[in-house]
Design a protein around this ligand. Structure first.
Ligand code: DLL
Length: 437
């Protein structure tokens, strides 16, 4: 079902007119409420009245994750704190998270956009829908939750962890829909098999999967093991959370809620906009956000856009699946991890040399992270490296620190000085064995 045909099926001209009006309002709003943007616009000699159509967006400056970091925690917030009713956080590149504040209006827009996604997947008021994204600072849990409630289906806030109990509930309550990362869906399938729950015992029919890249092969595997139809759900905290784009029944790319989030594709090196169909970095401008509006935010996600009509009747621009990143961010168990975060933890611990290697793998459908790191020669005494108790304590110390910074567990493997391979050219800090691209 199309939840909001007025917006989802607007003619292209109407949509562009609406986007132009909203962009003008947005630029005026940030000019008067966010000194960071006022200074940037002033430096470019741009006044809000210079922005009248959506094509004028190309005159505006870009915003990066570094800008968010430099203005931590609330520097890019436009609304006064008295208007903020929710705060989420996402991973920063070196430890400081990105903080996003939402006004009541923002939470309303988020719920509406998330409801459009669920509706496109075929969720109805009769469904019992389990949300198994993490609840908390991560936007996945509460973001999906509000959409399900707004649609009128029954939400089961399962969150992550406690997988056995969750599997039993799926079976006992006759849960019909689920939202989680695609890798967690496979893990749940495996848990059910272990518990002896068969496909005939469960009634799942729809899955809303995202927060990490996934392939057609994964889609087929999830669908055949859980007996449901698996749909893509895309989003990012800086722009809103889950709800930015969604697949319809055609499952041919994801419709963008572009009356709220205006997409562009740029060449990440020249920053020049690319035409429809060309792959580059996805950039979003929020058109209606009050809490932390962003102009031309560089997502670092690589994909392309199409405005060809979709047989489903929606007229919105669609994005292809994410084919990679223009930075080195990894997504491990749905959590964003930057090698630079690991590096900053290592460098803040005097026993370690700045020589490390991250090994990411997928074991029984769960992502694993191993951090190999060299111990400084002065801390590395003796020949039999592996059996030295003080080094074990050191290992545990680093694991604890990494867990608190990354929010996921990493297995640390200490290495003797000089044993992590030095490369001739570019240093290789990450080995990703998962083959999900
Ligand atoms: O992952 C929001 C979300 C929650 C989306 C639940 C979908 C479902 P962040 O933690 O800020 O927000 O991470 C955003 O995750 O820039 C992409 O690199 C990646 N990502 C999110 N959805 C998808 C997807 C949430 N469907 C970053 N396919 C984004 C591929 C995705 N990558």
């Amino acid at each position: 079902m199309i939840w909001n045909p007025d917006k989802e099926c607007m003619s292209r001209e109407e949509m562009r007119t609406l986007q132009g009006k909203r962009l003008h309002k947005m630029v005026d709003y940030v000019y008067h409420n966010v000194p960071f943007y006022r200074h940037k616009l002033q430096a470019l000699g741009i006044l809000p009245d210079d922005i009248t159509t959506i094509d004028d967006i190309r005159k505006l400056p870009f915003t990066t994750k570094q800008d968010l970091r430099d203005n931590y925690p609330f520097g890019l917030q436009a609304a006064p704190m008295s208007e903020i009713i929710r705060v989420h956080a996402s991973t920063g590149t070196t430890g400081k998270p990105t903080i996003v504040g939402y006004t009541r209006h923002d939470i309303g827009v988020w719920s509406e956009c998330m409801t459009r996604c669920l509706s496109a997947y075929g969720v109805t008021r009769d469904d019992i829908f389990s949300v198994a994204y993490g609840y908390g600072l991560f936007t996945g849990g509460l973001g999906a939750h509000y959409g399900v409630e707004n649609l009128g289906a029954a939400v089961v806030p399962a969150s992550t962890g406690n997988s056995e109990k969750h599997c039993r509930l799926i079976c006992d309550l006759g849960i019909t829909g689920i939202a989680c990362t695609p890798s967690y869906a496979l893990y749940l399938a495996e848990t059910m098999e272990r518990l002896g729950i068969k496909r005939e015992d469960i009634h799942l029919r729809i899955g809303a999967f995202g927060a990490e890249p996934w392939t057609e092969n994964m889609r087929h595997e999830i669908e055949s093991r859980l007996g449901l139809k698996a749909y893509n759900l895309y989003g990012l905290s800086e722009i809103m959370g889950p709800c930015v784009s969604y697949e319809c029944s055609e499952q041919h790319y994801s419709h963008i809620n572009e009356d709220h989030f205006f997409p562009e594709i740029i060449n990440p090196d020249t920053l020049k906009p690319l035409p429809m169909g060309e792959t580059g970095e996805l950039v979003f401008t929020t058109l209606t956000k009050e809490g932390m509006p962003l102009l031309r935010y560089r997502t670092k996600d690589l994909c392309s856009l199409t405005d060809e009509p979709c047989p489903c009747g929606r007229t919105s621009v669609r994005m292809t699946p994410i084919v990679g990143r223009s930075d080195d961010m990894l997504i491990i168990r749905g959590i964003n991890v930057f090698p630079s975060q690991v590096e900053s933890v290592i460098l803040s611990t005097e026993e370690f040399a700045p020589r490390y290697l991250l090994v990411v793998d997928r074991v029984n459908n769960l992502d694993t992270l191993q951090v190999q790191v060299e111990v400084r020669p002065e801390y590395f005494r003796g020949a039999d490296f592996d059996t030295l108790a003080p080094l074990e304590a050191l290992e545990k110390k680093l694991e604890k620190k990494l867990k608190s910074v990354l929010s996921i567990s990493a297995k640390v493997q200490l290495k003797a000085p000089g044993t992590i391979e030095r490369s001739q050219g570019k240093s290789k800090f990450v080995i990703d064995k998962r083959h999900i691209k």
